[in-house]
Design a protein around this ligand. Structure first.
Ligand SMILES: [Ca+2]
Ligand SMILES: [Ca+2]
Ligand SMILES: [Ca+2]
Ligand SMILES: [Ca+2]
Length: 218
């Protein structure tokens, strides 16, 4: 008895419909991979910008702490003991002590928060850098006679992160309506707070806020 021979129909290639579906699926996969890569790059850029802003904030705060360490507590002007602290401070460093215990002091220095060049205090980004009414922190030695000024940091907001101008402590740090740079005295301790901002490519603003304290000279 003869076994029937099975014949199988062989195919030489794909149909047009199969090719269209395969191409569409490949496009979808490549698109998804591209999207993931783009989001990863964006996240990486945001992370890098945040790190740069935080690093600038930390370096500036360290410089300010070095500058204010051991200055005379009764020679601070204006008095930064109120609930508002101060965004401007004039101070003096001790230079020596006489045999009778009298302390001598150097000439006045100051830290002043002022509008960046090109900005005016009008709620508008006048210089087009993505920040509104941003300030810079200026250190001046030998105030009065022959002042020598240095800009320590820019991109400082008018008010600290989380604050609005309403005579309340919105961000819960104990100070009302404090500026992006603020010094506050409690006893012989001076606390310095700083907020620095940066702008991402898409215009998003990132902020870093840090604080440190220094001991004053009696
Ligand atoms: Ca601006
Ligand atoms: Ca402005
Ligand atoms: Ca506050
Ligand atoms: Ca407030």
């Amino acid at each position: 008895m003869r076994t029937p021979i099975r014949t199988r129909k062989t195919r030489g290639g794909f149909t047009l419909l199969e090719l269209v579906i395969a191409t569409a699926l490949l496009s979808l996969v490549l698109g998804a991979v591209g999207l993931v890569q783009m989001r990863t790059r964006d996240a990486s850029r945001v992370s890098m910008e945040r790190e740069q802003v935080e690093s600038l904030c930390r370096r500036t705060l360290d410089r300010v702490a070095e500058e204010l360490q051991g200055v005379g507590h009764s020679l601070l002007f204006p008095d930064p003991s109120t609930d508002y602290g101060s965004s401007t401070i004039t101070y003096q460093h001790p230079t020596g002590v006489s045999n009778t215990g009298v302390v001598s002091w150097d000439t006045q220095s100051s830290l002043v928060l002022q509008l960046e060049p090109g900005e005016t205090d009008n709620g508008i980004d006048d210089d087009g850098d993505g920040l509104i009414d941003e300030r810079q922190l200026v250190l001046t030695h030998n105030v009065g006679a022959h002042p020598i000024s240095t800009v320590l940091c820019g991109g400082i907001p008018e008010l600290a992160e989380g604050e609005t101008a309403n005579t309340l402590d919105d961000n819960g740090n104990g100070l009302k309506d404090e500026a992006g740079f603020n010094v506050h005295k409690v006893g012989d301790l001076l606390t310095v707070r700083l907020t620095v901002q940066g702008v991402l490519d898409q215009g998003q603003v990132v902020s870093s806020t840090l604080e440190t304290s220094v001991v004053l000279h009696n």
